[in-house]
Each structure stands twice: as structure tokens, then as C-alpha cells.
Design a protein around this ligand. Structure first.
Ligand code: MN
Ligand code: MN
Length: 471
């Protein structure tokens, strides 16, 4: 007592290393949770696949589809356009008194096929697919790596074909070949952002021509013949399809101690999985406020469109929930319910990358292994474009996490003026609810393989569970 160290412990803020401060039981639980998460991440590479996974998990957890005219229980969900999942566990207090909401996004940066993608490169005699990237990617990272093709094709009779090629060992993968270093003198002289252009991002689709007769574009024709034989489609079926190239392969342990997870799309499926796991833990009789998870789409492109967070689907769900629960569902009540709500904008944050530490200011940045990150504001320059959570709400969350023994840290996105970014927090704040950003630290965000710590994954789950139960 009285030594300088103890005084600092008493008076200073210091985040805790989960591995140093947690019990063996907690550490084991973190590893076990990560095993289940890896399966989810390996299975869910697209928005629609994440929705399918969520429906199965919710149904297994005895959630039922929300019908506003017929309340079927206290655990309800609804799917919007195959791209949003909203699920609720109804608490003891009226919904109009406010909800506890966790909102992650389930879209991830990727390389979409163009609507008319297939062409024949006459010089190299290759069938090729043109692409259009989605979200903020460093294009060069996606070249010369194995990619899998996922998505849906809507056939002429309306049948929906679900495509997944390249995840199993016996399936082919697809590659957008980068330039060899030997002949890259001009490329090396370019700025990194220009070294690979969108026009270089074409994927090799096939190389065997159709040989039965003297056809023009025999390579392209053979590709179409394979597609027709396998899926019963013709070239025009591409025009409406949603086909996406994503990194092929399963999520893996990383590090000699297997303490990290390397995988595609931690941003933001880590917050999606942990919030789904959290709501599955709830019992209606044990919670006061109604708990909701809202999986949004299109976050990576500005939350636009009728499946993005700026759309009306969330209010539509709450209106239906009020009605199903036998409460008034007029616009006044709906506004009150939202105004009284607390929302976690559940998104990842940039953890310090040991190879590039200078873009962060260490005392205010996230460090892997030190728990879930609470972020008061995001944005760029002078906090432009940020939701700035109110001090009272931030303090309330800190109190809750301390009481519930959640390993947490305060984290902002990067040093001031080096860049910036946003989340859906500001789009949810328009309802007047309290909103804070809270999620997992990621190293190498938006790269084909991102890294997170199992400690932070587990801490995120614990944070979300305590918020839905007691927030
Ligand atoms: Mn994100
Ligand atoms: Mn992102």
C-alpha cells in the first residue's frame, strides 16, 4: 500500500490484457467460442449466406417469424429482402419505454462480377470475367489469391440458384493474376493506389475452347456451354445475378499459440455472430427491456439502398413488434420507443498493426487482446461525420461492463487527421436514441484475410450479452 505503483493503479486508467487477467476457465471459454465462430465465418461469406445461417440459428433457438396480427411468443424475427435480419426478445416492460438494440452489418468488402461479365480475350485465348469491386479495398491485395464465387442467379422462371464454387477442395478457384515483378518496372513507379487499377481486376474463368465446330469465340462459348449444362442458364441470366468473388477457404487459427483468428470478413461478421449468440442466450422472463439485433447491409457503401441502415426496415419492424405485442403502434408511440432506446452500433475498430503503428495514437487506439472496444466517436478530421455518444451514456456503458466483468478498452479509429471512417451509428442516431460504437479490434481491416484476437471476440460476446440483459 502506498507505493507509487499502487497509487497509479488506484488513480490511472490502464486497460487489462485479457490473457494476463482472466481465469483459466475464461480463457478456455474464449477458445471454445472461437471454434464455433470459425465455423460460422467459413460458412458465411456473403450477406445472404449470413442471413440463411441466422434463420437456422434463430429457429433452433425457438424464435418465430414476426406476424403483427398474431403474436406467437416472445422471441420473434423478420427477414427483409433476404439481406436484413431483425430479431427481438420481448422483455417485461412495454416496448414503448425503449429497447436495447445491437446493430452490426453483414456486408463485407468483395469483388462483384459485372452484370455482363463474360468475355473472351482473343490474344491469350482465355475466357474472362469482368468485375466491379464493392467497398473500400486495396486492390492489389486481391490479386493472385484464390477466390471463390458465391451468389445468386435468378432464372427466367424465377427460380433462385444459390452458387458457391471454390470452397471445397474438389472445386476450382478463380484468380485475378497480378503482374510479375520481372516486368513491373512501370507498375513499381506508380502510387500504390494506382498500381492495380479496376480494369486489371479481371478473373480467368476458363481456357478450353469449344471444338466441335468452327465457332467464333469458342472459349467464351465453352464457358457458356458448361454453365448451361451445370445450371441451365444462358448469358442473359448474368444480367440480374448477384455474383461475388471472395477469398476462398476457411477461417484459421493464427499465431503459434493459436490466440488469433485469421479469416475473411471479421468486419463485421464478428459483431454479427457475437450479437446473434448474445440474443440466443436471452430468456424473455429475465429481461426488463425488449432486446433487438438488427443485421444491416450496404454499410461498406454508405448504408444506402433499401437494405442499408438508412432505410425504413427497422422502423417497420418495431411498428410490427408494437402491434404484435398489443401496444399502440401509431407514429407517436413508435417515435417514443426509438427515442427511449439504447443502441450499440456494433462494428469493428482498427487495432494497432505492429508493422504500421504510426497511424495510431497509442493511448487512444485499440490493442488486440485487451477486450472489446468502446468508441465514443468515429469520423474524420474534426470529428466530421461522427455520432458522438453522450458522456452520460458512455459512462453508463463503462459502469455496466465493469459490473459484468467484461474486458473492455476505449478506442478511437486512428490518429487525428491521418484518415478516418464511419459506422452506421449516425444513421441510427437520427431516431434520437442513445448510440455508441462498440465492437472488436481488427488488424489488417478490409484485407482478404483479417486478424482478430480470441480474447476480444469473447469479450465482445460478453459485452453484448450484458448490454441486452442489463443495459
Ligand atoms: Mn464495419
Ligand atoms: Mn468496413
Amino acid at each position: 500500500m502506498g507505493s507509487k505503483d499502487n497509487k497509479m493503479k488506484e488513480l490511472g486508467y490502464e486497460r487489462q490484457n485479457f490473457w494476463k487477467t482472466s481465469s483459466d476457465k475464461e480463457k478456455k471459454a474464449a477458445f471454445k467460442f472461437a471454434d464455433e465462430y470459425k465455423e460460422f465465418l467459413s460458412e458465411c461469406k456473403t450477406v445472404r449466406e449470413t442471413v440463411e445461417f441466422s434463420i437456422k440459428a434463430l429457429e433452433k433457438g425457438k424464435f418465430q417469424e414476426l406476424d403483427p396480427n398474431n403474436k406467437k411468443g416472445d422471441k420473434l424475427y423478420k427477414i427483409y429482402r433476404q439481406k436484413n435480419v431483425i430479431a427481438a426478445v420481448i422483455g417485461k416492460r412495454p416496448i414503448a419505454e425503449g429497447l436495447n438494440i445491437i446493430a452490426p452489418h453483414i456486408d463485407t468488402p468483395r469483388v462483384d462480377l459485372k452484370q455482363n461479365p463474360l468475355y473472351e480475350d482473343s490474344l491469350t485465348q482465355l475466357g474472362m470475367l469482368r468485375t466491379h469491386y464493392y467497398g473500400g479495398i486495396k486492390k492489389y491485395q486481391w490479386m493472385s489469391i484464390p477466390l471463390a464465387l458465391h451468389g445468386v442467379i435468378i432464372k427466367k422462371d424465377g427460380e433462385v440458384l444459390h452458387i458457391s464454387i471454390g470452397e471445397n477442395d474438389d472445386e476450382p478457384v478463380f484468380v485475378m493474376p497480378d503482374l510479375l515483378p520481372h516486368l513491373a518496372a512501370d507498375q513499381y513507379a506508380q502510387k500504390v493506389g494506382d498500381a492495380v487499377k479496376a480494369s486489371h481486376m479481371n478473373v480467368i474463368f476458363n481456357s478450353i475452347p469449344y471444338v466441335d465446330e468452327k465457332q467464333k469465340e469458342a472459349i467464351k462459348l465453352n464457358a457458356l456451354m458448361i454453365l448451361n449444362e451445370r445450371y441451365g442458364i444462358t448469358e442473359s441470366d448474368f444480367l440480374s445475378a448477384e455474383l461475388e468473388l471472395v477469398p476462398a477457404g476457411k477461417a484459421r487459427d493464427a499465431g503459434i499459440d493459436a490466440s488469433l483468428v485469421a479469416g475473411y470478413g471479421h468486419d463485421d461478421r464478428v459483431c454479427s455472430y457475437t450479437s446473434l449468440a448474445a440474443i440466443l442466450e436471452l430468456k424473455p422472463e429475465n429481461i426488463d427491456k425488449t432486446a433487438v439485433i438488427f443485421f444491416t447491409d450496404k454499410e461498406e457503401v454508405g448504408s444506402e439502398g433499401n437494405t442499408g441502415a438508412r432505410s425504413a426496415q427497422f422502423l417497420d419492424f418495431i411498428a410490427d413488434l408494437l402491434k404484435a405485442n398489443g401496444e399502440p403502434y401509431d407514429s407517436y408511440t413508435l417515435r417514443k420507443a426509438m427515442m427511449n432506446s439504447q443502441i450499440i452500433s456494433a462494428d469493428v475498430n482498427a487495432a494497432i498493426n505492429p508493422n504500421f503503428p504510426s497511424v495510431h495514437e497509442k493511448d487512444n487506439a485499440v490493442i488486440m487482446g485487451h477486450g472489446v472496444s468502446l468508441t465514443k466517436y468515429t469520423g474524420a478530421r474534426g470529428k466530421s461525420g461522427s455520432n458522438d455518444a453522450n458522456a452520460e451514456f458512455v459512462a453508463k456503458m463503462i459502469r455496466l461492463f465493469n459490473e459484468e466483468k467484461v474486458n473492455w478498452q476505449m478506442g478511437s479509429l486512428g490518429a487525428v487527421d491521418v484518415g478516418g471512417g464511419g459506422t452506421i451509428a449516425k444513421f441510427l442516431a437520427v431516431y434520437g436514441a442513445e448510440v455508441i460504437d462498440c465492437g472488436t479490434g481488427v488488424v489488417g481491416m478490409h484485407a482478404p484475410w483479417e486478424l482478430i484476437s480470441k480474447a476480444d471476440l469473447y469479450s465482445t460476446f460478453k459485452a453484448y450479452t450484458s448490454f441486452l440483459k442489463k443495459g
